[in-house]
Structures are given as C-alpha cells and as structure tokens.
Design a protein around this ligand. Structure first.
Ligand code: C2E
Ligand code: MG
Ligand code: MG
Ligand code: MG
Length: 280
C-alpha cells in the first residue's frame, strides 16, 4: 500500500498542497535575498536565575521581517532554510550578529551576559564548522565563553562521531553547549555521559502542566537531580505562570525562561529591561 502511494504520489498532490509548495517556493527565493536585504533581526529573551530572579543569561532568537508578509516566524522559515541549505549562511549571519552584540555590550559597559543561540543539527554537520566559528570569534574579538550554542537532540544519534567531534571543537573555543528541548526526542541517558553538555533545557511540554501533573513533576525532579550530579545547569523553558515558577524554584531548577518574565524582545527593549533591573 505504501509503495502504491509513492508511485501514484501525484494523485495525492492536492490543489491545497500545490498552493503550499508554491508559497514555500516563493518563500525560498525571498529567503535567498533576506541576508543581503538586511531582513533578519535578533530578538532577545532573558534567562532568569531561579534563586535571585536576576537576568543571568539571554537567548538570541531570529526574526524575519519579510517586505510584504511582515514577520515570518522561525518555526515556519527555519525548516525551509534547512531543506534548501540556506541555514548555513543564515546560521553564519546569526553567529556573527551575536558576536557583534556581545562586543557592543562589552564596549558600552553592559553587565556581561552569556548569549545563547540556536544551531540546527544540519549546521552542525557542515564541513569546517569549527574553523568558521573560530574565525568569526577572532574577527569580532569575542571570547568563546560568552557564547552558548543550543542544539536539539535530533540527528545526534545518526551522526554520532561527527557531532561529538564538532562539539569538542566548539568547547575548545570556550563555547558552552546546551541541549535544547530536552526530553522530546529520542533522548537516551547514555549520551548525557558521552557528550558532556554544559546545560540542559527542559522542554516547554514538561513545564506546561507541571503545576497539575505529579508525573511531570517527578520527571523534572529526576532530571534536575541527575543534572546536578553530572554538573550540568538546568534551564526551564516556557515558564508562563506563577505556579510553574514557584514549583521550579522549589525544585532547585537553576534558570527560568518564558513569557512569565519576558517575551523575546528587540535589542533596545531588552536593554531597557536590564537597565530597569539594575536600578531596583
Ligand atoms: P527554541 O530554541 O526552543 O526557542 C524557544 C521558543 O519558545 C521561541 O520561539 C520562544 O519565543 C518561545 N517561547 C519562549 N518562552 C515562551 C513561553 O513562555 N511560552 C510560549 N508559548 N513560547 C515561549 P521562536 O522564537 O518562535 O523560535 C522557535 C524555534 O525556532 C526555536 O525554538 C529554535 O528551534 C528555532 N530558532 C529560532 N532562532 C533560530 C536561529 O537563529 N537559528 C536556528 N537554527 N534556529 C532558530
Ligand atoms: Mg533554543
Ligand atoms: Mg527550546
Ligand atoms: Mg524548539
């Protein structure tokens, strides 16, 4: 049955799909020009220490200001960028932009913060990635320890050794490594031992109902204890309400991130948030 479907696949190509793929095709072309047209922007979302409630880190999240469609979310265009290989130049743009921001904050006397950015697994697989990253750090005169790379666990298993080597290379540059959306993929506890991540980011799906689900609380409690033993920091993503915040604080989660504290913001607004905090 599956074979039949494949052979006659055009029959399953509905007008709606045609429209979709046409849209994606148009979007692909627009995406190609987005870097030179300066259409990308980084938004910044704070990470807050659960014990002091101060901002201790920040995640840079890409935004695409499309000339006619307006803001296109990364959930929509990152997959297209991955399919077309455009994720490589886009990822380079992100890394460079983060370096420039780190430098600007250093030069203007902002409190030093580690800035996290996201790497698609596909970016990790490109040849010469570590050299490229090294060159970008040098060009911008930024030390690696101001940067954390967040990566999901997808593709890790299939490309074990390659990814392991790249992660080691990045670590030698001082860069921190976080495992993003932890608990949603084919997580295997054995690779926590093998990869030595600096940070685990608990996926939002565990946080959503942490205040109502005893099971999720048990899972999170376990992951936090395990991470402590393995010297990894734990960050909870998608903290939206006080009840979630209170529980995570009680469970000794290290850092919290989510709409409860702040949405991702344009850099100016993020800076205002930091300045207001300092004045408290
Ligand atoms: P992620 O790295 O797991 O980022 C977390 C996402 O959750 C962000 O969505 C953020 O805006 C959103 N979020 C944060 N707090 C809350 C909350 O309290 N509630 C809810 N409902 N959502 C919250 P965003 O910015 O749309 O990014 C989506 C995904 O796109 C990211 O997931 C990441 O995988 C990818 N992405 C974003 N920027 C980049 C980038 O520069 N490069 C690559 N390769 N991927 C990126
Ligand atoms: Mg992330
Ligand atoms: Mg995440
Ligand atoms: Mg995600």
């Amino acid at each position: 049955k599956a074979k039949e479907t494949k052979e006659n696949s055009f029959e399953f190509f509905t007008p709606e799909m045609e429209e979709n793929s046409y849209k994606n095709f148009a979007l692909q072309n627009d995406l190609r020009r987005a870097i030179t047209n300066n259409e990308f922007e980084l938004y910044y979302q704070p990470k807050v220490s659960a014990s002091t409630e101060k901002v201790v880190g920040v995640e840079a999240l890409i935004r695409w200001n499309h000339p006619t469609l307006g803001m296109v979310s990364p959930g929509h265009f990152i997959p297209i960028a991955e399919d077309t290989g455009l994720i490589v130049p886009i990822g380079e743009w992100v890394f460079d932009a983060v370096c420039k921001q780190v430098k600007r904050w250093e030069n203007t006397g902002f409190p030093p913060l580690v800035v996290s950015l996201n790497f698609s697994a596909i970016q990790m697989l490109q040849k010469g990635l570590v050299t490229k990253v090294k060159n970008l750090l040098e060009k911008n005169q930024v030390e690696g320890h101001w940067i954390e790379v967040e990566m999901t666990e997808s593709l890790i298993l299939e490309h074990d050794n390659d990814i392991l080597n790249k992660l080691e290379g990045l670590k030698q540059l001082g860069i921190h490594i976080a495992i993003d959306d932890f608990g949603t993929g084919y997580s295997s506890l054995s690779y926590l031992k093998k990869y030595k991540f600096n940070t685990i980011k608990l996926d939002k799906s565990f946080i959503n109902d942490i205040h109502t689900s005893a099971d999720n609380q048990a899972i999170i409690t376990f992951i936090i204890q395990l991470s402590n033993q393995l010297n990894m920091k734990v960050v909870a993503e998608g903290v939206e309400i006080k009840e979630q915040h209170d529980i995570l604080q009680k469970l000794n989660c290290d850092e919290l991130q989510g709409f409860y504290f702040s949405r991702p913001k344009p850099v100016k607004e993020f800076e205002e948030l930091l300045l207001n905090q300092q004045q408290l």
